[in-house]
Design a protein around this ligand. Sequence first.
Ligand SMILES: Nc1nc2c(c(=O)[nH]1)N[C@@H](CN(C=O)c1ccc(C(=O)N[C@@H](CCC(=O)O)C(=O)O)cc1)CN2
Ligand SMILES: NCC(=O)N[C@@H]1O[C@H](COP(=O)([O-])[O-])[C@@H](O)[C@H]1O
Length: 224
Amino acid sequence: MAHQDEPCRILVMASGNGSNFQALIDAIAGDAIPNSRITRLIVNRAKAFATTRAEKAGIPWEYFNMISNGFLAKGEKDETKIAEARKQYDAALAEKILKLDERPELIVLAGWMWVFSSEFLRPLEEVGIKVINLHPALPGQFDGAHAIERAYEDLKAGKIQYTGIMVHYVIQEVDRGDPIMIQEIEWEGEDLEALEAKIHEHEHELIVKATAKVVREIVEARRK
Ligand SMILES: Nc1nc2c(c(=O)[nH]1)N[C@@H](CN(C=O)c1ccc(C(=O)N[C@@H](CCC(=O)O)C(=O)O)cc1)CN2
Ligand SMILES: NCC(=O)N[C@@H]1O[C@H](COP(=O)([O-])[O-])[C@@H](O)[C@H]1O
């Protein structure tokens, strides 16, 4: 448990552009997320631009990938081997995080495109590390990857009248953890590219507000 007045240690995980990671960097610098520090970025894709953002912000980062780090041979198609490799990768990733000199109090998945098994989630839960995720859909609407594209198809088909985004706690069931913050987003007939841009703008605000809320809860819990 961190000392009462120490900054809340946040570890961010990303797989791509990292614009939400950047929103967190900027929010902490501008005190929109008070008394916090991003101690590390972990990416699972070598070309994730999030690493450039980390470099510019002076945040340590590392690349950790199931194939590149030797848990599965490239091109392996055997489902049993893949399933076992995923578990070993997840367990190793959790162990890596738990062994950090600066163990995080909060992990934020900011465009982390990898489904975690209990081999990752359980060891972190056991020591009280919270894991939260930004997802570009409303609870129970479009779980999983490519949510915006799927929402767009249903909007065009008139199956839904609006979409939204959320930040939620991460449990094993993908995108079914308790929501922390939810925001509905109107569709005004724009095309997919414009809708994605609008959603991303709202995401950059929501991830900051939701992270700040969880940080407050963490800091308050230290005092108990
Ligand atoms: N156990 C959980 N793991 C993750 C959660 C979660 O709620 N529970 N949230 C996701 C983030 N996410 C949606 O918000 C998500 C990301 C990726 C995928 C997915 O299908 N990934 C594939 C690989 C896809 C690719 O590499 O392009 C996979 O893991 O095999 C689904 C949902 C983060 N993890
Ligand atoms: N299922 C998870 C998922 O789809 N996450 C989405 O990845 C994007 C990351 O953007 P970024 O790399 O620019 O932050 C964001 O739109 C986020 O909601």
